[in-house]
Ligand binder design. Structure first.
Ligand code: NAP
Ligand code: ZN
Ligand code: ZN
Length: 346
C-alpha cells in the first residue's frame, strides 16, 4: 500500500514529502495508523551520516505511536482499535541467545532497525515513523496502556526505554544516588524514571537555564557542569551516572563524580572514540559501561511502569513541515523535551 511520509534524499538533505510502499499484511502482521512520531537525536545522526554510511532515501522515526487498523490472520496480541507503538527495531533473528532471552536489542544475528535498516531478507530497506502508517510483526509491536496519551507515549519507545533499561539493570532505587547527564529527550525521561524508581536524582547539565525544569521533572539536585567548584565538591557522590550527551565530554571529570564501585553508563552516541585516563577507573574501582535501548518485554514493562506512575514524555507537538527547524533546535539543546510530529500533517 502507498503511504505518505517525509524523507531525506541524501546525507544532510532537508526532509521532503514523499510516498513509500508498505508490504501487504502477513499472518502475524498488524497495520498501525501512526498518530505521533517522536524526533530522536539518532534520526539526525543517521540522516547526516554522523555514524557512517546510511541508506537513502531515509524515512526516519523510531518513536511511533498509533492505532491498530488491521490485523493479520494469525495475530493474537492485538485487535483492531488497540493503541500500539513501535520502537527502534521491527525484527531480529529470533534464534540467538540474546533474542530468546528477550534482549533482541543485542541480537547477534540480523536486527532489522525500524529505518536505515533492512528487513529479515537483508535486502528490503526499512522506513520509519515520519509517515502515516506502518506494517509490523505483532511480536515487535508494543501495547500502549490506556491513560497514556499517544503524543506523550511516542517518545517512550526510544527515549523512555533507553533510560529505563540501564536504570533498572544497575539497580536505581531508594538509597541510590543517580546522576543523569544532559537534559534532552533521553535525559528528561531519565530524571522522571529514576525519580519514580525512588532514587536520589541529580541532573548534570551544561545549560544553566535548565535548573528549574530539572527540579520540576523530579530531580532532587542540579549540577552545572561548567561550575568547577560545584563539580569538585560533588566528587565521589554518585553510585550511578547515565550519560545521555550526544557530543564528546571530558569523561574523566564525570568519572571523578562516582563513588567506590560506581558505574557510568554511556547511552549518548557521538561517533568519536572515547578518551579516558585509566586512573579515573582504578582510583575508586569504577566501571565505564554502555547500554542500548531495550528488549520488547522490557519496553512493555517500561510502558506499564510509566502508565502506573502517570507520566509520559514532555513534548512539543509539531507539524511535519517544521521538522528541519526542529532538528536544528535539537542540535542546539533547545527542546522541551521531545519534538513529536503530528502525522496528520504529513
Ligand atoms: P538531545 O535531546 O539532543 O539531548 C542531548 C543533551 O545533551 C542536550 O539536551 C544537552 O543537555 C546535552 N548536550 C548536547 N550537546 C552538548 C555539548 N556539546 N556539551 C555538553 N552537553 C551537551 O538528544 P537525545 O535524543 O536525548 O539523544 C542523546 C544521545 O543519545 C544521541 O547521541 C542519541 O543518538 C543517543 N541515543 C542512544 C540510544 C541508545 O540506545 N544508547 C538511544 C537513543 C538515543 P544539557 O543542555 O542539559 O547539557
Ligand atoms: Zn532514538
Ligand atoms: Zn538474535
Amino acid at each position: 500500500m502507498k503511504v505518505s511520509a517525509y524523507s531525506a534524499a541524501s546525507a544532510g538533505a532537508s526532509l521532503e514529502p514523499t510516498t513509500i510502499e508498505r508490504r501487504d499484511l502477513r499472518p502475524h502482521d498488524i497495520l498501525i495508523d501512526i498518530k505521533f512520531s517522536g524526533v530522536c537525536h539518532s534520526d539526525i545522526h543517521q540522516a547526516r551520516e554522523e555514524w557512517g554510511r546510511a541508506i537513502f532515501p531515509m524515512v526516519p522515526g523510531h518513536e511511533i505511536a498509533g492505532v491498530v487498523t488491521e490485523v493479520g490472520s494469525a495475530v493474537t496480541k492485538f485487535t483492531v482499535g488497540d493503541h500500539a507503538g513501535v520502537g527502534c527495531f521491527v525484527d531480529s533473528c529470533r534464534e540467538c541467545g540474546n533474542c530468546t532471552a528477550g534482549l533482541e536489542q543485542y541480537c547477534q544475528g540480523h536486527v532489522s532497525f525500524t529505518y536505515n535498516g533492512r528487513e529479515a531478507d537483508q535486502e528490503t530497506p526499512t522506513y520509519g515513523g515520519y509517515s502515516t502508517a506502518i506494517v509490523v510483526d505483532e511480536n515487535y509491536g508494543l501495547k500502549i496502556p490506556a491513560g497514556l496519551g499517544l503524543d506523550v507515549a511516542a517518545p517512550l519507545m526510544c527515549a523512555g526505554i533507553t533510560l529505563y533499561s540501564p536504570l533498572h539493570n544497575w539497580g536505581a532505587g531508594p538509597g541510590v544516588r543517580v546522576g543523569i547527564v544532559g537534559l534532552g529527550g533521553l535525559g528528561h525521561m531519565g530524571v522522571k524514571i529514576a525519580h519514580a524508581m525512588g532514587a536520589e536524582v541529580t541532573l548534570i547539565s551544561h545549560s544553566p537555564h535548565k535548573e528549574a525544569d530539572a527540579l520540576r521533572l523530579g530531580a532532587d539536585h542540579f549540577l552545572l557542569s561548567s561550575d568547577t567548584e560545584a563539580m569538585k565538591a560533588a566528587r565521589y557522590s554518585f553510585d550511578l551516572i547515565i550519560n545521555t550527551v550526544s557530543a564528546n565530554l571530558d569523561l574523566d571529570q564525570y568519572l571523578s563524580l562516582l563513588t567506590l564501585d560506581g558505574t557510568m553508563v554511556m547511552v549518548g552516541l557521538p561517533l568519536d572514540a572515547l578518551s579516558v585516563r585509566t586512573f579515573s577507573l582504578t582510583g575508586a574501582r569504577r566501571s565505564l559501561a554502555g547500554s542500548n535501548i531495550g528488549g520488547i518485554q522490557e519496553t512493555q514493562e517500561m510502558l506499564d511502569f510509566c502508565a502506573e506512575h502517570g507520566f509520559g514524555s514532555d513534548v512539543e507537538v509539531i507539524d511535519a513541515k517544521d521538522i528541519d527547524t526542529a532538528w536544528e533546535r535539537v542540535v542546539n539543546s533547545d527542546v522541551k523535551y521531545r519534538f513529536v510530529i503530528d502525522t496528520s500533517t504529513i
